[in-house]
Design a binder for this molecule. Structure first.
Ligand code: ADP
Ligand code: MG
Length: 280
């Protein structure tokens, strides 16, 4: 064995990045969650070649103030918590301050961002964790981030990416779930120059279901609403025929976060079957 030594910062960053960034889907997830946390009401996601060569996320959220743009890309840089006690009342989707640093560590990233109060926006270019360029730019309020050539500097990871069609399938599935979890946000998803999804963001879950699953699904579902103390359950529910052979219809969100839970899914199905058996 070789002697023990401390890894250099670039290597540490690349390893850490590998834990956050698995592929295009996780990049899109982190960036869209940032957009939602920034209060965006409209988010456009564009990918090419499954997101391997090109991902662009555009939002109309609060933007990042000029003097904080560089900091946002540092590891453990977050505006969402400052001490351990904050963990108890965090309502944002992200808070570890790792996404931007990780993504910029393993891809070629460009960001344009502007807050409402600023006269000019900021443009920053970062590749492999190094700032290549930062300057003023004219842009509208919000943030646009472009991520090119994922894992260009980590060939071992690039090899493990799936074919573009498979990766774009993962991204599309994710956008559908994000759209269903956030009916208050208008999502547009463009894959290889074709718009695949465009939700209104009018806050109606039924409208999101319409755009994601189609008219038939939306029309055959009924609203569900239940509240007890601090807990509230809302959603749409349909007959099991709807999801027969297509589990994609079964979606569960807690505070806007998509979760997979076999127990709850099985309980819903059981309850329905029991109801059929006892004829009610
Ligand atoms: P985290 O989301 O865990 O705080 P990130 O690395 O994802 O960490 O982002 C770092 C910080 O950059 C965020 O806390 C936020 O202040 C800012 N930020 C990132 N993306 C956006 C965005 N789209 N709009 C506004 N601010 C953003
Ligand atoms: Mg984040």
């Amino acid at each position: 064995m070789q002697s023990i030594k401390i890894l250099d910062n670039r290597t540490i960053n690349k390893i850490a990045a590998g834990e956050v960034v698995e592929g295009p889907k996780s990049v899109v997830k982190e960036l869209v969650e940032n957009a939602i946390d920034a209060g965006a009401t409209a988010v456009t996601v564009e990918i090419k070649e499954g997101g391997i060569s090109y991902i662009r996320i555009m939002d109309n959220g609060c933007g990042i103030p000029k003097e904080q743009v560089k900091t946002a890309f540092l590891r453990h840089a977050t505006s969402k918590m400052s001490e351990i006690e904050d963990l108890e009342h965090i309502f944002t989707l992200g808070f570890r301050g790792e996404a931007l640093a990780s993504i910029a560590g393993v891809a070629q990233v460009e960001m344009m961002t502007k807050t409402r109060d600023e006269e000019t926006g900021t443009y920053i270019e970062i590749s492999g964790g190094e700032i290549k360029n930062i300057q003023d730019t004219s842009c509208t309020e919000g943030t646009t981030i472009t991520v090119k050539n994922l894992f260009y500097n980590v060939p071992a990871r690039r090899k493990f990416l799936k074919k573009p069609a498979t990766e774009s399938g993962f991204v599309s599935d994710l956008i559908n779930k994000l759209a269903l979890g956030h009916p208050e946000v208008s999502f547009r998803f463009i894959n290889n120059d074709t718009t695949m999804l465009h939700t209104t963001g009018n806050g109606e879950l039924k409208a999101s279901v319409f755009y994601v699953y189609g008219k038939e699904a939306a029309n055959s579902m009924v609203p569900l609403e239940y509240k007890k103390g601090e807990y509230a359950l809302t959603g749409l529910i349909g007959k099991p025929e709807l999801s027969r052979g297509n589990r994609n219809y079964e979606n569960l969100f807690i505070n806007g976060r998509f979760i997979k839970n076999k127990v709850v899914a099985a309980a819903v199905e059981d309850a329905y079957k029991t109801r059929l058996l006892i004829g009610k």
